[in-house]
Design a protein around this ligand. Structure first.
Ligand SMILES: Cc1ncc(COP(=O)(O)O)c(C=O)c1O
Length: 374
């Protein structure tokens, strides 16, 4: 290799400037590093109850035909989704996880001449996909910790931040990593004020967990607001994070644009089969969500008894304020086989995000934590 060759520098400036997304540490990494067994990963908001047994069966059966390319149109999955959501198949775009759809949306609608609005502490991918296109990032300060929805999106400020060149506003409802949610009236008001030249991206990755808290899904607003794009995933409530399948519901013209841009086979055949069967077993999904929410309340109450502040959560995780030693507590938890998520990359250095696991994993966390806080 030439000593002075720097082929990486040939990449476009916006991409070279990216700070990559920091995912949760995989359990296998901790097992390797510390020779540990029985690692509990509470770091990536996965659903520990897993997918419906029917979904697993469908995915196993699909392997028989793994030598074939998948259906590039995902026809059957689109039909199932269209029926389930009462929308037209033409309104749907499928993605390799909903992350894929966020990338496609940015690529299709943002250029260096445009801007995108998102909230401080909003899901990190919004900044990354915006920066990658060279568009201007408008990060709106989150609500203060004293607000009714501490650290949540300030929807009024986000609305006011929309410029003539703003093409996308990203709203996560509920939001990761805060767990906070947006009141329906606030989202509706933003939709009403957003100019028709601005797309409003409503990310509903945690929708199923939020229903109990009164979060409202955006489907009902689609008819009136052709600039609304809703993005959802099978990774969370449906327990299919490893399969990678998400979808967008939008005006058919937006779906047409996203479908032109998307790689032809972006949703693999195993994922398509798994998602169709998962959708058909709503009962399994609801039971998993119910069990997680029950555990969430138990974990929140126990953390509060330790004197720790928790952000209100409508998700399958809780954001907990540990204080200045959050980084050390994260490391100490690793050493006892518990992986949670440090949030320095969000500027939330004093916090940790704890995904809700199985009851015995949560018990383990609650047993270990008090001694590690000292
Ligand atoms: C708010 C939010 N949106 C989207 C995603 C992307 O999920 P996936 O690509 O697995 O569908 C996540 C993942 O954690 C998330 O938290």
């Amino acid at each position: 290799m030439q000593a002075r060759a720097h082929p990486g520098r040939l990449a476009v400036a916006a991409v070279r400037a990216l700070a990559p997304y920091v995912p949760g540490k995989p359990a296998s990494a901790l097992e390797r590093e510390f020779g540990m067994r029985e690692v509990a990963k509470l770091a990536s908001n996965e659903n520990p109850y897993g997918p419906s047994p029917r979904s697993l069966e469908a995915m196993r059966a699909s392997l028989e035909q793994i030598w074939l390319y998948p259906d590039g149109e995902s026809h059957d999955l689109k039909q199932s989704l269209a029926g389930h959501l009462s929308v037209e198949p033409e309104q749907l775009t499928l993605g390799n996880g909903s992350n894929d759809l966020l990338v496609l949306l940015a690529e299709a609608f943002l250029t260096p001449a445009h801007s995108a609005v998102y909230s401080q502490y909003g899901f990190a991918i919004y900044r990354i996909v915006t920066q990658a296109t060279g568009a201007r990032c408008i990060e709106v300060p989150a609500l203060p910790r004293s607000a009714a929805m501490p650290l949540g999106h300030d929807l009024v400020a986000m609305r006011n931040a929309i410029d003539a060149d703003t093409r996308v506003v990203f709203i996560a409802n509920p939001n990761n990593p805060t767990g906070t949610w947006a009141p329906p009236a606030g989202v509706k008001a933003l939709l009403e004020r957003a100019p028709p030249t601005t797309l409003v991206l409503l990310d509903e990755a945690y929708l199923e967990y939020g229903r109990e808290r009164g979060t409202q899904d955006g489907l009902a607003w689609l008819r009136e607001h052709p600039n609304l794009v809703i993005v959802r995933t099978f990774s969370k409530a449906y327990g299919l994070a490893g399969a990678r399948v998400g979808y967008a519901v939008s005006h058919p013209e937006v779906a047409d644009v996203l479908n032109r841009l998307r790689p032809a086979f972006n949703v693999n055949s195993v994922a398509q089969a798994g998602a169709i069967a998962a959708l058909a077993d709503q009962r399994h999904m609801r039971e998993a969500v119910g069990a997680t929410l029950q555990e969430l309340r138990r974990v929140e109450a126990a953390l509060q008894r330790l004197g720790l502040w928790c952000a209100p959560s409508a998700c399958n995780f809780v954001l907990v304020r540990i204080g200045t030693q959050a980084g050390e507590v994260y490391e100490r938890l690793l050493r006892v086989g518990l992986i949670v998520r440090p949030l320095g990359s969000y500027g939330l250095d004093e916090y940790l995000r704890v995904s809700i696991g199985l009851p015995q994993q949560n018990d383990r966390l609650l047993r270990e934590l008090p001694a590690l806080l000292r």
